[in-house]
Design a protein around this ligand. Structure first.
Ligand code: FAD
Length: 307
């Protein structure tokens, strides 16, 4: 019931102003966001990298400002250099939202996003790590997959996210299940119309399993991004049924969610990667986390009334 209004609020500038200015919200945000800058996020990454892998997201999305897009690229270049200096090139990669590096700019947006993503991929290559393109709402899917194809010609280690709730995703999984491809499969976090997406939770779960089966049967590297115990169990079964060893796929979860399960999977010898966002542009990311779990809204509401 709360999912739709929260996802609408995630794109509202007025709501953003209110939420960002509430001191108590900022405290709640730290459950999901590792820090507002690299200096505060890096210790969290170093701690996680002890037993898990990491993917870092410099927060930001939907920019219409070329200078801001340039700032995001510079932040990723600094981040990758810092990961290299900390000797984390084999434990940490980066996740990039193309809308943060120019995809929505009025003039030549896609071209600028491609060039900016190339610079990030070059910096990743220099420290021997990988890049994954996050997936945003369905209006961006074709553009993001097109940019992925171009990037992979020079940087074959660049992967992408597919969202099980989209009706097109099984076909996209087939296209991207070849050797060398890296696909993160998630359920999907945006408010999508019935015409392009399954909206019923059970339909989405069934679609997730169908898509995962295609990826596990393929020759690429599946990245199982879910906190759902059933999806995690099914992923293990599908991997075993397809003769995949522990290094032939990985699990992924978000920073601050089901940490005990992350530790358990890592202790079992599974590849377990944590998605670590940091930066000041946390609003949209935080609202999507609230929308995924109404209990998170209750925590926030309780904090607001007891402050
Ligand atoms: P659900 O059925 O939603 O949740 C299963 C259980 O997980 C819940 O019962 C609860 O215990 C726990 N849980 C889930 N969400 C929360 C939460 N917010 N707070 C507390 N507990 C929670 N989506 C995109 O659209 N594009 C992306 O690029 C993208 N990248 C992602 C990267 C990673 C590594 C992960 C893990 C998710 C990503 N997502 C992305 C989000 C994803 O689409 C889902 O919205 C989110 O993961 C919730 O789905 P679930 O599979 O965990 O299952």
């Amino acid at each position: 019931m709360l999912r739709k209004p929260l996802l609408l609020a995630a794109r509202s500038t007025a709501c953003r102003r209110i939420v960002e200015r509430t001191p108590v919200t900022r405290a709640m945000v730290h459950r999901f966001v590792a820090g507002e800058d690299l200096g505060t996020a890096l210790p969290a990454v170093e701690r996680l990298a002890g037993d898990r892998l990491v993917t870092l997201d410099f927060l930001g999305e939907d920019t219409k400002d070329r200078t801001q897009a340039e700032g995001t690229v510079l932040a990723y270049e600094d981040l990758l250099a810092a990961l290299g200096e900390a000797g984390l090139g084999d434990r940490a990669e980066v996740s990039v939202k193309l809308s943060a590096v120019g995809q929505f700019l009025d003039r030549d947006g896609e071209k600028i996003a491609l060039e900016n993503a190339r610079r990030i991929a070059e910096a990743a290559k220099a420290i021997g790590t990988t890049v994954t393109l996050d997936m945003e709402d369905h209006t961006t899917t074709d553009s993001t997959l097109g940019i992925l194809r171009e990037l992979r010609e020079d940087f074959p280690f660049v992967g992408a996210v597919l969202q099980a709730y989209l009706r097109r995703t099984e076909a996209d999984c087939r296209d991207l299940s070849g050797a060398g491809s890296r696909v993160r499969l998630c359920k999907g976090a945006y408010d999508e119309p019935e015409s392009v997406a399954f909206r019923d939770k059970h339909e989405v779960d069934k679609a997730y399993v169908r898509a995962l089966r295609i990826l596990m049967e393929g020759e690429g590297y599946p990245m199982v991004a879910s906190h759902d115990p059933r999806m995690i169990a099914i992923a293990g079964e599908l991997a075993a049924a397809n003769g995949r060893g522990a290094d032939d796929y990985e699990y992924q979860m978000l920073y601050g969610i089901r940490e005990e399960e992350q530790v358990r999977l890592a202790a079992e010898g599974k590849r377990m990667r944590v998605y670590v966002p940091y930066g000041t542009e946390w609003y949209g990311y935080y609202m999507r986390r609230l929308a995924e779990r109404p209990a998170n809204v209750l925590f926030l509401a309780r904090a607001l009334v007891t402050r």
